[in-house]
Ligand binder design. Structure first.
Ligand code: ATP
Length: 618
């Protein structure tokens, strides 16, 4: 929808994470009736048809009281049986026609409402896809799902009734008022004089309901997020190991109770008001019978007029009540719309600059110049980092936990943009390059090799949708995983991932490597797994990685001895700064941080690594 003309986002584009949190916040989720109406932009024709049908129904609905008046004042008064018969047939025919039109209108109405909701979900989905990793590390996934499904559902009623009800009920009110004045202006004044009493409190009621509805949806979001964590595989495992079922039960009970309390309050707010609206009809009718009846007794008014008049009163008070309720409903839904618009307005931290150019096939020269990065203002994870990787070189990043290694390598795929300094490829600042052209040439193999709940083949095709079966199998051979896959119950069609066939840690890593091989990137980013594999598995992974790295510029968070030994350069990070840079032997000679890390982390693996060489081919 973003490029289809229906644009809800009003952010200024780019701006960075901190800008989003401070400068952008005020505008985020800006909600107004006008903006809600804009959701209907693509449905003008259907809306026109719906309104026409609704108006027709409304006009037809004007006639029955007049028919009644004719029956009483003319057919009965004149004892005209033919006219009586004709009027009675008309009395039945009119509601039948209006009922048929109603069915048609309802069908169109549902189509528009469902269409608007589909667009809403689609647009939110598309905007979430644009978001940078920082959004996902900050957000709870359950909350995202709740907004996309639960919240969109919560506004369904409003979307269904908003436009049609607002217009048709207004038309009914206006025509009824006109007819009332035409029938008898004194009675008309009497019957409309009580209306302002009911209109005044509506604003207050909708405001309170809006606040409560927003809060309810927020708590529901928390509940979804909590459920997602508790019943996800990792959460469920942790709960069982630490036997925290009672604690979680208590937490859930708290949230669950809060949802109930909020819904109860929401229901109670404005109940008295709804009751007052219910009194509107009888009160007005009583006034008319009192004053009009008086006049009938005195002979200054016809009985038919009173009957017709009170019938029209129903057409006045009913729709006025509906309109006021609609206002309250919309007010209530505004709280939910605000949550939806917040997601529609999100601007990604990292996005294409307006003048961004496509990166031609890169030689693979990578350079960090004075790069700093802060996740939160003032709290730097990286400070003044500078180093170079010549085309085809492998640079190993080492450092204690929390030193900033992940942050550093993530920048090369533009998961984050530097707060200060420049990351460049072939001398071009990454911020001036389109994300698509950069990421096409960069592969990222993370520690955790995530697999979707899908077949092995689909998981591999994720790297390149147009890859042929032969290419996929060849990549798997190079990653030493083909034989493992071929031995699975359904080979490449075996379902793996969350609820599918479980693959071992080493096998998952090799699948991830096969994905990277398929992508055939110029630049490779690697986060070597820390988990210790058995020596055979380790050897296969190592051999697969060696093949993958050949001829590509590689930035690797190194955990394996063989990696640091074969690195062209080692960058040692400490507290976000580069502490040392050089070759293995140079750094050992310095006898600083690297030497200490080497002795504690890498040296022990030396003997084992030396003995490992994988079987040639699989
Ligand atoms: N999303 C985040 N929000 C805020 N701070 C973060 C975030 N991610 C990382 N940090 C902080 O930034 C610093 C660097 O983290 P980073 O993950 O880059 O370190 P690392 O060297 O990769 O650590 P490890 O080896 O343990 O994975 C740490 O102090 C960490 O707490």
């Amino acid at each position: 929808m973003r490029d289809g003309g229906m644009r809800w986002g009003e952010g200024s584009g780019g701006g960075g994470r901190h800008a989003l949190q401070t400068r952008g916040r005020a505008k985020l989720g800006d909600v107004s009736l006008k903006r809600i109406y804009r959701l209907f932009n693509g449905y003008r024709w259907q809306l026109g048809a719906i309104l026409l049908l609704a108006l027709l129904s409304a006009v037809i609905g004007l006639f029955p009281p007049l028919v009644m008046k004719e029956i009483i004042d003319k057919a009965l008064a004149n004892k005209d049986k033919a006219q009586l018969l004709y009027l009675v047939v008309l009395m039945v025919a009119l509601p039948v026609i209006s009922g048929l039109l109603g069915i048609w209108q309802n069908h169109e109405n549902t189509k528009v409402a469902q269409g608007v909701m589909r667009d809403l979900r689609q647009s939110l989905f598309a905007n979430l896809q644009r978001q940078s990793m920082s959004f996902f590390t900050d957000a709870k996934s359950g909350e995202i799902i709740q907004r996309l499904t639960g919240d969109v559902q919560a506004v369904q009623n409003v979307v269904t009734t908003l436009v049609v009800s607002a217009v048709t009920q207004s038309v009914i009110v206006l025509t009824s008022v006109a007819i009332l004045f035409w029938l008898d202006w004194r009675l008309a004044i009497l019957s409309t004089i009580i209306l302002p009493l009911f209109i005044l409190p509506v604003r207050k009621v909708s405001e309170v309901r809006k606040r409560l509805r927003g809060e309810t949806q927020r708590v529901r979001g928390d509940m979804s997020a909590q459920l997602g964590e508790i019943f996800g595989v990792s959460g469920a495992l942790l709960t069982r190991i630490f036997q925290q079922e009672p604690y979680q039960q208590k937490q859930f009970t708290g949230l669950n109770q809060r949802v109930m309390d909020l819904e109860l309050r929401l229901n109670l707010v404005g109940r008295w008001y709804g009751m007052a609206l219910g009194v509107l009809g009888p009160l007005g009718t009583a006034l008319i019978y009192l004053y009009g009846g008086w006049n009938v007794i005195e002979g200054s008014m016809s009985l038919g007029s009173i009957v017709a008049f009170t019938a029209y009163l129903g057409r006045l008070y009913g729709p006025v009540g509906t309109l006021l309720n609609l206002h309250v409903e919309v007010g209530t839904a505004l709280g939910v719309f605000q949550r939806l618009f917040e997601y529609a307005d999100l601007e990604p931290e990292v996005s294409d600059a307006p003048q961004a150019l496509s990166l031609p096939t890169t030689a693979g020269l990578v350079e960090y110049r004075n790069v700093s990065y802060a996740y939160q203002p003032g709290l730097y994870a990286l400070r003044g980092v500078s180093f170079r990787a010549e085309p085809g070189e492998m640079v190993a990043i080492v450092g204690p936990s929390g030193a900033g290694k992940s942050t550093l390598i993530g920048m090369l795929a533009r998961l984050y943009d530097p707060t200060e300094g420049v990351v460049s490829v072939d001398g071009r600042d990454l911020r001036g390059i389109t994300l698509e052209s950069l990421r096409r040439q960069v592969a990222f193999v993370t520690q955790e090799s995530f697999l979707f709940h899908a077949s092995v083949l689909e998981n591999l095709s994720f790297a390149r949708q147009d890859a042929s079966r032969e290419e996929i199998e060849e990549a798997c051979r190079q990653a030493y995983i083909h034989d493992v896959i071929a031995a699975l119950p359904e080979g490449y069609d075996t379902t793996v991932g969350e609820r599918g066939h479980r693959l071992s840690g080493g096998e998952r890593q090799r699948l991830a490597i096969a994905r990277a091989i398929l992508k055939n990137p110029r630049i490779l980013i690697l986060d070597e797994a820390t988990s210790h594999l058995d020596s055979e598995s380790e050897a296969y992974v190592q051999a697969a990685l060696d093949k993958l790295m050949q001829g590509r510029t590689t930035l690797v968070i190194a955990h394996r001895l063989s990696t640091i030994l074969s690195a062209d350069r080692i960058v040692v990070l400490e507290n976000g700064r580069v502490a040392e840079t050089g070759h293995h032997l140079e750094l050992l000679a310095l006898d600083g941080l690297y030497a200490r890390l080497y002795r504690t982390q890498f040296a022990k693996a030396e003997a084992a690594a030396a003995a490992q060489t994988p079987a040639a081919g699989e």
